[in-house]
Design a protein around this ligand. Structure first.
Ligand SMILES: [Zn+2]
Length: 101
């Protein structure tokens, strides 16, 4: 598809549309390469079999609201999330800064 003829409108609108099409194509490629993404922190609501718990991750540190985690500092919820996102989780020493251009 030629982006130049994809949309009718002013020249400026066509240029903007062509730029957006390029970004969408890049996003599709990026989405196939999850190793580009490092998760430094996240908060999720985890629906377990016995209840829903808030689980947070911050530079290597897990927290979960379930009772098992309070006793053992690890639980089925944090372990499941490690299996889901393990390769992308940033460790405690990884900088949270953007690299300089
Ligand atoms: Zn838990």
């Amino acid at each position: 598809m030629n982006p130049k003829v994809a949309v009718n409108g002013s020249k400026r609108e066509r240029l903007m549309d062509s730029a957006m099409i390029g970004k969408i194509e890049k996003a599709k490629r990026y989405a196939e390469e999850p190793e580009r993404v490092r998760i430094t922190a996240m908060t999720v609501m985890f629906r377990g079999e016995h209840g829903t718990y808030q689980v947070t991750y911050d530079h290597g540190q897990w927290q979960c609201g379930c009772r098992f985690f309070a006793q053992r500092k690890v639980c089925s919820h944090t372990m499941a999330l490690e299996r889901m996102f393990g390769d992308q989780l940033a460790g405690p020493s990884e900088p949270a800064q953007e690299s300089q251009r």
